[in-house]
Design a protein around this ligand. Sequence first.
Ligand code: DQA
Length: 146
Amino acid sequence: NTVYVLNGPNLNLLGTREPDIYGSDTLDDIAGMLEDRGRELGLEIDMRQTNHEGMLVDWLHEAQAEGAVAVLLNAAAYTHTSIALLDAIRAIRTPVIEVHLSDPSTREDFRHVSYVGMAAQETVQGLGAQSYVAALDVAARLQNAT
Ligand code: DQA
């Protein structure tokens, strides 16, 4: 029962990157929070980060091939640009939940469009690191509904 947690560009710098917007938790801190919550939910966490768009596409395909329960996807800036990610999410049956630390809808206009959101089952955003934990709860709910 594995949930893939896929993180896009610049999220490797979480903790020091614009902490006023993204908070001071690192990606490793978030992985720890997810593992704790996952243990309660009976879900394994496979946490990954890449700065490369095509790698995210490959990992989405892999999630389906490996039978992942769900994908939590913070595609970062590719959220707002990537038709390839939109198509990849539509190409797989694995449910994808869009995650953001900040609330892009309250930020610059160019963050108001989400290609990921057009294909994702649900979106959780604006809760800081807790967005990931809340998204994991959504994944557990979707799993129990099927
Ligand atoms: C983000 C929001 C995006 O607009 C931005 O490009 C990011 C992070 C978030 O988690 O709040 O890199 O996905």
